[in-house]
Design a protein around this ligand. Structure first.
Ligand code: SAM
Length: 325
């Protein structure tokens, strides 16, 4: 399992970049960019070098943690997956490329696409001293037009990106992302009902185009969750001093809620159930809400079933589990 915390090389590059910048300025820009996001805006508000750095300090640790958690889940289902090429769509400061490089030592061909010049510049500075990433290809422009010309990659990732695309355009973008996926497509979104809805719509569309779900779902059928429920997960990450200052936060950690889907060309062999919320652990039993290959279930694993209980008491929200209850 890859750690959800930023790799030392990236932390050092961010810290070096922060020297010479006022943390107060970065905090102000970060608050204003966050407000734009909360009000439904996108990355258009990120225009200057300070904006890009403020965004990276405030959001990169959390989006990195969410992508890493999703890649860990994928790796658990497909331990032999060893991609050599990556397409990072809406790459921003390069978050998903860093996460994928950590998760897969096999990756050596990285292509990043984004329309935002300030984020692209920052991404290229951050990878400047990285042995694995310094030779990335980073193309600037509209995702769709760049994708048409792009070569297919083993692994394609769109992290916290599709929410910035209009509904009409998203269908076309989804098809194009799939066309350029030679093995696996991972889409990660905020763990909100709206983020989940986008993931589910894309999932349905691409299953109809022949995709199979590797994670989190143990099936390719319709999602069995109904509103007000939505499928999402959470990943805890540590906050650095700079991260706390820019966010004006006290706690040394943050919990990032995210939704994701990993779609593959070939069906996966293993289809374990997925834990949909933090299980309840009592002296009598473990109660866990699971999505199974045949639908939702509330699994109750009695303490009397000693071996099963010993396993189930270690279950965590988001885990892939074999339900023997
Ligand atoms: C919220 S940021 C996420 C950045 C990065 N993937 C991450 O996880 O940290 C969304 C990114 O998508 C890019 N983006 C949005 N719409 C785009 C489009 N139509 N073409 C290219 N890039 C786009 C934005 O410029 C921005 O960098």
């Amino acid at each position: 399992m890859t750690s959800p915390d930023l790799p030392a090389e990236l932390k050092a590059a961010l810290d070096a970049k922060l020297k010479g910048f006022s943390r107060n300025d970065a905090a102000e820009r970060s608050a204003s960019i966050s407000k734009t996001y909360r009000d439904g805006g996108g990355s258009g508000a990120i225009r200057s070098e300070t904006d890009a750095l403020a965004y990276a300090l405030a959001r990169m640790p959390a989006t990195y943690a969410a992508v890493t958690a999703s890649l860990n889940a994928l790796g658990e289902i497909r331990p032999d997956f060893a991609p050599t090429s990556l397409l990072d769509i809406g790459a921003g400061p390069g978050t998903a490329s860093w996460a994928a490089a950590e998760a897969f030592s096999s990756l050596h061909d990285f292509t990043l696409l984004d329309a935002n010049d300030a984020l692209r510049k920052l991404a290229l500075e951050l990878v400047g001293d990285s042995f694995r990433l310094r030779s990335v290809k980073y193309q600037r422009g509209e995702a769709r037009s760049l994708l048409v010309k792009a070569q297919a990659a083993d692994l394609v990732i769109a992290s916290y990106m599709i929410g910035e695309i209009g509904a009409a355009e998203l269908d076309a973008l989804a098809e194009l992302m799939w066309e350029k996926t030679s093995n696996t497509l991972l889409v990660v979104e905020p763990g909100t009902p709206a983020g989940y809805a986008r993931i589910i719509a894309l999932r349905e569309r691409l299953i109809a185009a022949g995709a199979h779900v590797a994670a989190p779902c143990p099936h390719d059928g319709k999602c069995p969750l109904a509103a007000p429920d939505w499928c999402h997960f959470t990943q805890r990450l540590q906050r650095s001093r700079a991260h706390k200052q820019v966010k004006g936060a006290e706690l040394p950690y943050e919990d990032e809620k995210f939704a994701y889907v990993a779609l593959t060309r070939a069906p996966v062999a293993a289809r374990p159930s997925r834990v949909l919320a933090q299980p309840d652990l009592s002296k009598v039993e473990v109660t866990a809400r699971l999505c199974t290959p045949t639908g939702l279930t509330l699994a109750r694993i009695s303490r009397r079933a000693k071996a099963d209980y010993a396993i189930a008491r270690r279950w965590r929200w988001g885990d892939a589990v074999v339900d023997g209850s």
